[in-house]
Design a protein around this ligand. Structure first.
Ligand code: FES
Length: 105
């Protein structure tokens, strides 16, 4: 049986500058939306290591460095790139349609 999924609109593509991120709150979710060379990626905004907000971190290529203790994640997969982070951050399937950034949940 096919799984149904819901699409949630997060922002317009123009809301996120190239090679930067914004924080979006939508329902129970607090998310970081990244624009890496025109490709969009979405993760939970909360760093898995502590109180850091990934949308306020330093984005270099596909790597987001948390500005709290400088741990880092790959925004494509959520995998840890640099300790002290140990736990991957959750990522979301992104759909860009009509210049809108949506996630499928
Ligand atoms: S809170 Fe993000 S690295 Fe510690």
């Amino acid at each position: 049986m096919a799984e149904t999924c819901t699409r949630i609109r997060l922002c317009s593509t123009n809301d996120v500058d190239w090679d930067s991120a914004i924080r979006v709150e939508e329902g129970d979710l607090t998310l970081a939306v990244f624009n890496v060379n025109g490709m969009f990626y979405v993760t939970d905004d909360a760093c898995t290591h502590g109180p850091g907000s990934l949308s306020e971190g330093y984005l270099e290529g596909h790597t987001i460095e948390c500005d709290f203790h400088n741990g880092a994640f790959d925004v494509r997969t959520g995998e840890v790139v640099t300790p002290p982070c140990m736990v991957p951050v959750k990522t979301y399937k992104v759909v860009v349609e009509d210049e809108q950034v949506l996630i499928e949940v």
